[in-house]
Design a binder for this molecule. Structure first.
Ligand SMILES: [Zn+2]
Length: 341
């Protein structure tokens, strides 16, 4: 009862519960009196606004400001997942995903302001892939207070269209002052005309986007594939996450003892792949390797409690992994909303 009698209504401000009730009653009486004194004529129905909140969300990792940027949302067909169909459907139903043909999925990139460099990790689809519900990352970057010209570095986890498509528009650089960086194995693969010629028809679009996107940066000398795992700028280092594509790479952000792993496409459908990391997806270049990588990485991230920035977990895609109470697989635990000073 003490908790109620002297409840804390705001940090540093304790007030007796009876006082709160008394003030609330008084406030209500005054409000009612005002309403009755000026009875308004019937209002027309308020039009619905049909606008969502701006598509960015900000948090701090040590001294570094991280902004999740929403590129858009859509749905994928659960048939694209590789695993026991009955298990997949039951996992989806358990997460209230009732339409197996349209499993909700989002795309986001992450902007890191180190204080001296502005680093964008993945760029969304840029209208080149995934339909009109994607391609909003630059718009949300602007709403978040930054301009594309301010970006110093674009780091790509891989060259799939929903990560690299946002770097170009009408043959031009969207980030004119940025050096675009990615693992060399990914650039070698997706920029190869020979490999593209042998690829299945429905995979050719990924090659085209990578090649069209690279062209204006190559011409400007701003396309820089890397081979080693050296830190790129202080506190931003590549992190090996092989399997999804030939050079798929995460980036570890570290500042003042805090860290955030931008993990690219470790998972596409959290409702299925967190409890059952052995379930793959058609987009994996090397499915066996992607599964092995995911299984090992989830063990480590659950143990380390590392914060994760995920391209396809529900926006803003920030969260952690913990071992599931069921004893099978993992839970994705979304980060809680924080206000920044
Ligand atoms: Zn992706």
């Amino acid at each position: 009862m003490k908790a109620f009698q002297e409840m804390k209504v705001w940090p540093g401000n304790t007030m007796k519960f009876s006082t709160i009730i008394a003030r609330a009653v008084l406030g209500l009486s005054l409000a009612c009196a005002g309403t009755f004194a000026a009875v308004a004529p019937a209002q027309a129905a308020a039009p619905m606004q049909h606008k969502q909140v701006p598509g960015f969300y900000r948090t701090m990792i040590g001294d570094y400001e991280v902004t999740a940027l929403y590129d858009g949302g859509g749905s994928i067909d659960s048939n694209l997942l590789h695993g026991d169909p009955a298990l997949i459907q039951s996992l989806l139903a358990r997460s209230f995903q009732d339409d197996p043909k349209h499993v909700s999925a989002t795309v986001q990139g992450f902007l890191v302001n180190t204080g001296s460099k502005l680093v964008l990790i993945d760029t969304g689809a840029g209208g080149h892939w995934g339909g009109p519900t994607l391609g909003k990352l630059v718009q949300n970057l602007k709403v978040s207070g930054y301009k594309p010209e301010q970006i110093d570095l674009v780091l790509l986890t891989h060259l799939h269209g929903d990560h690299a498509g946002g770097i170009y528009e009408n043959g031009k650089r969207v980030f004119p002052n940025a050096t675009v960086i990615m693992k060399k194995a990914d650039a070698d693969f997706w920029l190869s005309k020979e490999i593209m010629a042998q690829a299945p028809e429905d995979a050719k679009i990924f090659f085209k986007i990578a090649q069209d996107g690279a062209a204006p940066y190559l011409a400007a000398g701003q396309w820089k594939p890397f081979e080693g795992m050296d830190e790129i700028v202080p506190g931003v280092a590549p992190y090996a996450i092989p399997g999804h594509t030939p050079g798929h790479t995460g980036y570890m952000i570290s500042s003042k003892g805090q860290s955030l792993l931008v993990w690219g496409d470790v998972a596409h459908v959290g409702a299925v792949q967190m409890p059952h990391p052995e379930v793959g997806i058609v987009f994996d270049s090397d499915s066996a390797s992607a599964v092995k990588t995911r299984e090992a990485l989830l063990v480590k991230l659950a143990a380390d409690k590392t914060m994760i920035a995920a391209a396809h977990m529900p926006f803003p895609g920030l969260g952690r992994i913990r071992k599931a109470d069921t004893g099978v697989g993992y839970d994705w635990v979304p980060a809680t909303f924080v206000d920044l000073k």
